[in-house]
Design a protein around this ligand. Structure first.
Ligand code: ATP
Length: 243
């Protein structure tokens, strides 16, 4: 299997702000790769570039060998992107929303209803899927959006803080679901998170970003050993202190 993502020397400027300052990383197919780091470190910026939402100032990213700038539409056919703050159409019911989103993927070998059924299962929203999205709590909306992201079985799912705002039980369900897709479908997952327990549970490898640079990278075990830390929170504090 070839690499799912190869990011090389990514730089992104927003006016005076240098959001990414030469970020390179590589994610193998089927891996769950996590970006962690303090607020404003550049995680979302990196995910948005891989997700073809914004272009880098310089540097490149290839997703399954396809360049995200030159061939963005080909990349979009292979990925599913869950933004940090996303809304669903408020006047649709959850079920209508899932069906609407699945319809974009029609003709790619999978039935819309099969995708919707999968979305229903992932969301765990049951009968509430018949209600309009505008009446959903923050966590319910998040579950609907996570379901939308995974039900289409993308080759690469890019998930910006997938369990943000979820209670413990639902966060656990979503984490198990994400792991299941990686293990059973071979889905590659690129995610960001502030929850170090989540990262330890989910990620095969982690990159710690600070001020637009990767300051540490490895499996959670390797990082803990390197920093002589008992958990990833300690690694996080140490790695961001030295820079
Ligand atoms: P958080 O953990 O708070 O979500 P993050 O690591 O995802 O943070 P980014 O959202 O990537 O951080 O932001 C990195 C830097 O780039 C910040 O200084 C931010 O203010 C800046 N930035 C991001 N997007 C824009 C934009 N559209 N315009 C201007 N500055 C931006």
């Amino acid at each position: 299997m070839g690499p799912a993502i190869v990011a090389e020397h990514l730089v992104k400027r927003f006016g005076e702000v240098l959001a990414l300052d030469g970020v390179s990383f590589r994610v193998e197919e089927g891996e769950i790769y996590g970006l962690i780091g303090p607020n404003g470190a550049g995680k979302t910026t990196a995910l948005r570039i891989v997700g073809t939402v914004i272009r880098p100032t310089s540097g490149s990213v290839r997703v399954f060998g396809v360049d995200v700038v030159r061939e963005a539409s080909r990349v979009r056919e292979m990925i599913s992107y869950l933004p940090e703050e996303a809304g669903a159409y408020p006047n649709l019911s959850g079920l209508e929303y899932l069906r609407f989103m699945a319809s974009f993927y029609r003709g790619e070998g999978r039935d819309v209803e099969a995708m919707v059924e999968e979305g229903v299962r992932i969301s765990g929203l049951g009968e509430r899927l018949r209600d309009r999205v505008k009446g959903y709590s923050k966590g319910m909306k998040r579950r609907l959006l996570v379901a939308r992201t995974l039900m289409v079985r993308p080759r690469l799912a890019i998930m910006d803080e997938p369990t943000a705002g979820l209670d413990v039980v639902h966060a656990l369900h979503i984490r198990r679901t994400i792991r299941g897709y990686a293990e059973e479908e071979g889905t590659t997952i690129l995610l960001s998170s502030h929850n170090m327990l989540e990262v330890e549970f989910l990620c095969d490898r982690v990159a710690l970003i600070n001020r637009g640079r990767i300051v540490a990278e490895g499996t959670p075990e390797e990082l803990k050993e390197e920093y002589g830390a008992e958990n990833l929170e300690e690694v996080f504090v140490e790695a961001t202190r030295v820079v």
